[in-house]
Design a protein around this ligand. Structure first.
Ligand SMILES: Cc1cc2nc3c(=O)[nH]c(=O)nc-3n(C[C@H](O)[C@H](O)[C@H](O)COP(=O)(O)OP(=O)(O)OC[C@H]3O[C@@H](n4cnc5c(N)ncnc54)[C@H](O)[C@@H]3O)c2cc1C
Length: 250
């Protein structure tokens, strides 16, 4: 279906914040789900992008980094242009895994985007731990200030917030208080480390996996990852899985 691009901003170099007027998607979207976007140019396959936010039951916000041909073409669109988008797709986060205790949203790099909608659903009761390489890679932390109870930022070079990784903050928190659930999205090594801490401490944890995707609806079996020893499709069975079930090394 085609929707109109109503807002476009390059928020940091090569990272674009888009809003489309898409009530059909907005009404159904759940945190952690994604849309499949026809990017135009020479890119014939759709590209998956997480739903970052839904506003006024009709606006859908997504933020993407320019990586290759598809996202480059998408970034060339302008306000008023039409975009062909399928969605919402996939299985999102399950709020009800949360037990008593602190609810943590742990994101890294472009993985912070799907956590914003989840923060809104938890209505300022969560703590977000967001990790970036350096100051110039930091995005949408002001949105998390508005939607969470606490926000910790880590950078690898210490240019902003705590120097180090999200897991440094997580380990400290685990030793200090009861954690009720962890929801995480980001680079695979980060999610693997978060999942190991969660599993070792019996904390319910969901991870949002990212694999190269083809059809987006479960037919082509391109985007598989190892879940419970079997091939699971990120697009149809995920992208969100229980951290206990994922083999990150396969
Ligand atoms: C469920 C899901 C949600 C996503 N949400 C977002 C989001 O919110 N914001 C965002 O910026 N990106 C997101 N992505 C990643 C995004 O889909 C890719 O960056 C995009 O498809 C790249 O397309 P391209 O044509 O620009 O690059 P291509 O020319 O296809 O690839 C450029 C480079 O990126 C690598 N690459 C492409 N896709 C992936 C992938 N899925 N995983 C790892 N490496 C890849 C390629 O190997 C290549 O090196 C998500 C991916 C998935 C699976």
């Amino acid at each position: 279906m085609e929707f109109t691009l109503v807002y476009k901003k390059e928020i940091i170099k090569n990272v674009f914040d888009f809003v489309i007027d898409a009530p059909e998607i907005a009404e159904k979207a759940k945190p952690g789900q994604f849309i499949h976007v026809l990017c135009g140019g020479r890119s014939y396959l759709r590209r998956p992008i997480s739903i970052c936010d839904v506003m006024d039951k009709k606006l859908v916000r997504f933020i993407f980094e320019v990586r290759g041909e598809g996202t480059k073409s998408l970034s060339n669109l302008n306000k008023g242009d039409k975009i062909d988008v399928l969605g919402p797709l996939g299985n999102g986060f399950s709020k009800d895994i949360a037990e008593d205790g602190e609810i943590l949203l742990i994101g890294g790099g472009i993985g912070v985007f799907p956590l914003l909608n989840l923060a809104k659903e938890f209505n300022k009761t969560t703590t977000a731990i967001l990790g970036f390489r350096t100051e110039s890679a930091i995005t949408i932390t002001s949105d998390f200030v508005k939607t969470t109870k606490n926000l910790f930022i880590t950078t690898e070079d210490g240019s902003v917030g705590c120097k180090g990784f999200v897991t440094d903050v997580l380990n400290r928190m685990v030793s200090e208080k009861k954690i009720g659930a962890i929801f995480t999205c980001g680079p695979k090594p980060m999610m693997k480390a978060v999942a190991e801490i969660a599993n070792a401490n019996n904390i319910p944890c969901e991870v949002s996996m990212e694999e190269r995707m083809g059809c987006g609806v479960g037919a082509c079996v391109t985007c598989t990852c190892n879940v419970n020893g079997k091939k699971a499709r990120v697009c149809k069975d995920g992208p969100v899985f229980n951290a206990k079930d994922v083999n990150f090394d396969d």
